[in-house]
Design a protein around this ligand. Structure first.
Ligand code: FE2
Length: 232
């Protein structure tokens, strides 16, 4: 069982989940994932935990996931890792904020990413071994960060739902393939820390998520889970 210590902070009007992640509860080095809003609150949490942020990881560059990247990067000095394809969105955040949004969103400060990732990389940061996975479909450059026993999966897969595919660069077939890749590569007990809503597991979503019913029919392990329980 992984000792991973993950603290969740739901921030901003879109209720986005930002995470502080470290190898265990005594570690002083940590990752910050998707700081979307409320920078002062996140900085207070970092101070209260007594951790040093060693890297800021971004799953994708929708404004609700990156609104606090610049202030957190400046305050902590941590380098920012961002999907390569979406780097221009982080570099000019307000250009991509829909003009129809009601007041209360932003303004958000832009940031030029220190590192870009395409998926397929392996990172060693804050004492953690991180696999970078390309999981497009919700957004064109979306990344999932795989840690031992856990996925930080942004807006790919939610508890009982999936990321929307009606924004620019979104595509359902692509998202479904990304989810299939996660379900086939990682164990059912893998904990999913999503960009919105509650924490779940791959197995729970594989077996019960209504958006995955077609995918369920194609997955051999899901077929076993759908079968009647043994009575012997
Ligand atoms: Fe998103």
């Amino acid at each position: 069982m992984s000792a991973l210590d993950v603290r969740a902070f739901t921030v901003g009007p879109v209720q986005e989940n930002c995470y502080i992640v470290r190898p265990d509860a005594r570690a002083t080095g940590a990752l910050l994932v998707d700081p979307g809003d409320e920078p002062e609150r996140l900085l207070a949490a970092i101070a209260s935990l007594g951790v040093q942020i060693e890297a800021i990881l971004v799953t994708h560059c929708h404004f609700d996931h990156i609104g606090a990247v610049a202030p957190l990067a400046h305050a902590t000095g941590a380098p920012v890792y961002c999907p390569e394809i979406e780097r221009p969105m982080l570099a000019d955040v307000m250009k991509w904020v829909p003009p129809t949004l009601p007041p209360g969103f932003g303004p958000f400060e832009s940031y030029e990413a220190d590192h870009t990732l395409a998926g397929g990389e392996r990172l060693g940061l804050a004492g953690l071994d991180i696999e970078v996975l390309f999981t497009p479909g919700h957004s064109p450059g979306h990344l999932t960060y795989a840690l031992p026993g856990a996925l930080l999966s942004g807006d790919v897969l939610f508890q009982g739902s999936v990321g929307r595919v009606d924004l620019p660069g979104g595509d359902w077939a692509t998202l479904e393939r990304s989810i299939e890749g996660l379900l086939t590569a990682y164990a059912p007990e893998t904990v999913v820390y999503p960009g919105h809503m509650a924490v779940t597991t791959l197995g729970r979503e594989r077996d019960t998520n209504p958006f995955l019913s077609e995918l369920r029919r194609r997955l051999p392990r899901a077929a076993a889970a759908d079968a009647a329980p043994a009575t012997s």
